[in-house]
Design a protein around this ligand. Structure first.
Ligand code: NAD
Ligand code: TDX
Length: 347
């Protein structure tokens, strides 16, 4: 039986990865380690929490002692590391938490792997999940490839870039078996409603303004979260040590066009007059250092590991809207309390 530590498994992408591994690989034992910050929610995993090959551990990756004790106790075969502070706007308000979790937390995990996997590096694997934002911003043309130079602009992307560098350094210096993937913007169910798509769905539903930064001309490349989880699965099992893979949907959308599409879907779903939801669109002050465009070239992943996105965007967006409309309780729970206070401070 393979014992795999998945960090950040109570978050958006992590919960999809945990669900996939628990369901598809009954002979793997999956330990989900999560601090349960505002973004971590065990309600994301109620469908698999009783499975015999799943276990949850509440811990903070910035706590080196706790991480070392865990590695000393459990003989992990692999780590899939997703735990992070993930929201760019929060990183602009308070970069420190991003340095602590994304940089120090990652180094703590690497140190534990280095120490407790000694003599056995080749048979172990440290998979680091990262973002396309480390490459910086594109102009109107071009795409990020695996060898694009790092040029992060936000405290979030700087912290993820630093963590990527540490992961590579532990491969080059100590010989740890590492793999990194850099993915574009994800969307789908269980996405915390501070991010553009779930925030817009929630606001449209509640007849609140939909804040669009600047003129809405920034471009993001959107990928269905379950396609990301499948890519992680394929890369985890098939990549060679030290490799990097870019993951993306070849699906670029200008923010304002995406929001108009979402408004159209919401009008249909809520039985509103065409154009009614779009009246909620409100242009607000731009994000500081706002990257103009991201676009991922995932040719390497497609050609070497035969991965292609499975879901067309309009269909995925409709499914996402349906999920949020059907899961009012989930939405209510995560938009109360601390999160609500953060939200009020934003707009
Ligand atoms: P998320 O914010 O939804 O989830 C992060 C999870 O990490 C939460 O469950 C949180 O409780 C946990 N966590 C935070 N700090 C922790 C700590 N100190 N110790 C233990 N657990 C902690 O994030 P997400 O969107 O699911 O992103 C997951 C990973 O994927 C991140 O590394 C992110 O950089 C990367 N990524 C995200 C996207 C995207 O579009 N969301 C795209 C590419 C890469
Ligand atoms: O209210 C909003 N209005 C708006 O116009 C919000 C929250 C965002 N935006 C814009 C900013 C971006 O151009 O929409 C775009 C998407 O914003 P986010 O959902 O905050 O995502 P982004 O900043 O692109 O980062 C996401 O993708 C890469 C994730 O949050 C990161 O964790 C991931 O690494």
């Amino acid at each position: 039986m393979k014992k795999i530590l998945i960090t950040g498994g109570a978050g958006f992408i992590g919960s999809h990865v945990v669900r996939r591994f628990v369901n598809l690989y009954p002979d793997y034992h999956i330990l989900n380690l999560d601090k349960l910050t505002y973004a971590g929610n065990l309600a994301n995993l109620t469908d698999i929490e009783q499975k015999p090959n799943y276990q949850f551990i509440k811990a903070d990756i910035t706590d080196a002692e706790a991480i070392n004790a865990l590695f000393a106790k459990e003989n992990f075969d692999a780590v899939i590391h997703l735990a992070a502070e993930s929201h760019v706007d929060r990183s602009i308000i308070d970069p420190s938490a991003f340095v602590m979790t994304n940089v120090i937390g990652t180094v703590n995990l690497l140190n534990a792997a280095r120490e407790y996997w000694k003599g056995d590096y080749d048979s172990k694997r440290f998979y680091h999940v990262s973002t396309d934002e480390v490459y910086g911003a594109l102009g109107e043309s071009g795409m990020f490839i695996e060898t694009t130079a790092y040029d992060p602009h936000s405290p979030y992307s700087a912290s993820k870039a630093a963590s990527d560098h540490f992961v590579r350094a532990y491969h080059d210096t100590y010989g740890l078996n590492v793999v990194i993937s850099n993915c574009s913007n994800n969307y789908g169910s269980h996405h915390f409603p501070e991010k553009l798509i779930p925030l817009a769905i929630n606001n449209i539903k509640n007849n609140r303004p939909v804040p669009v930064y600047g003129k809405g001309e920034n471009i993001r490349d959107w990928l269905w979260v379950e396609d990301h989880a499948r890519a992680i699965d394929v890369i985890f099992h098939q990549a060679t040590t030290g490799e990097t893979y870019n993951i993306g949907g070849h699906n670029e959308w200008k923010n304002i066009d995406l929001i108009h599409l979402l408004c159209k879907i919401m009008d249909e779903k809520l039985g509103r007059e065409p154009g009614e939801s779009a009246k909620l669109i409100t242009f607000v002050t731009d994000r500081a250092g706002h990257d103009l465009r991201y676009a991922i070239d995932s040719t390497k992943l497609q050609e070497k590991l035969d991965w292609v996105p499975s879901l067309q965007f309009e269909e995925g967006l409709e499914r996402t809207v349906d999920w949020y409309l059907e899961n009012e309780e989930w939405l209510k729970d995560v938009t109360s309390g601390n999160y609500q206070k953060y939200y009020e401070g934003q707009y």
